[in-house]
Design a protein around this ligand. Structure first.
Ligand code: SAH
Length: 196
């Protein structure tokens, strides 16, 4: 089966390139910054790695015929919804990187100049970047008509989020104390607290 033969595969690839550029541009300065506090956990590293595999798997799908056995018919209207979700993921990924700035890290870390971010998209939710990844995972599933390449990120990211969230919030509580406790009261994890 030839590749990039549907508009949705092309849309995915374009989004993938934009998302990768956003990641690279905004995370390069933080990768060079020092670390004062770390929460090392093998399971956390494994789960981050699996999510990485989930993000990269579409490239295997788009560039080789190896995953074709897992193809299935996906209705076009669902893929159009996927396009909107995927675009939302990219916008949220970009905004959260802009707002979090140099405080970003791939594993749990506190930096010497770490500040508590509560503005921008962080005003509404504590985990906009993880929300962006979840939207990305759903968009990927709805754009690629292949069980494996489509849904692997969703399957790997959800356990990562449930494992990481309490650990990250504990780290932030240890570092920022009441400031973060108050912030937790006003915000939702991934869904804004619109009823408050
Ligand atoms: N969970 C956040 C950030 C992901 S990056 C999100 O989804 O947007 C992970 C790093 O961000 C962690 O090591 C933590 O130190 C840092 N972090 C998380 N929330 C933060 C906040 N509100 N202000 C500053 N740093 C934060």
């Amino acid at each position: 089966m030839s590749r990039l033969d549907t508009i949705f595969e092309v849309i995915f690839l374009v989004g993938f390139v934009i998302g990768s550029v956003i990641r690279k541009v905004y995370t390069t300065p933080s990768r060079r910054s020092k670390v004062v506090k770390k929460r090392k956990s093998t399971l956390d590293i494994i789960l981050v790695g699996l999510s990485g595999v989930g993000m990269a798997m579409p490239l295997v799908y788009l560039l080789t015929p190896w995953l074709d056995v897992a193809d299935y018919p996906l209705p076009r209207w669902l893929s159009w919804i996927g396009t909107v979700v995927f675009a939302g993921a990219i916008v949220l990924l970009w905004r959260s990187h802009v707002d979090l700035g140099r405080n970003w890290s791939p594993t749990l870390r506190i930096r010497p100049e770490h500040t508590l971010i509560t503005h921008g998209v962080y005003r509404y939710i504590r985990h906009p970047m993880y929300a962006a990844h979840l939207l990305w995972a759903i968009g990927q599933g709805l754009l690629l008509a292949n069980w494996l390449a489509g849904w692997i990120l969703f399957v790997t990211f959800v356990p990562f989020y449930f494992y990481r969230k309490p650990k990250e919030e504990q780290l932030m509580l240890d570092r920022f104390g009441d400031g973060y406790r108050q912030y937790m009261k006003r915000t939702g994890g991934m869904i804004p607290r619109i009823w408050k």
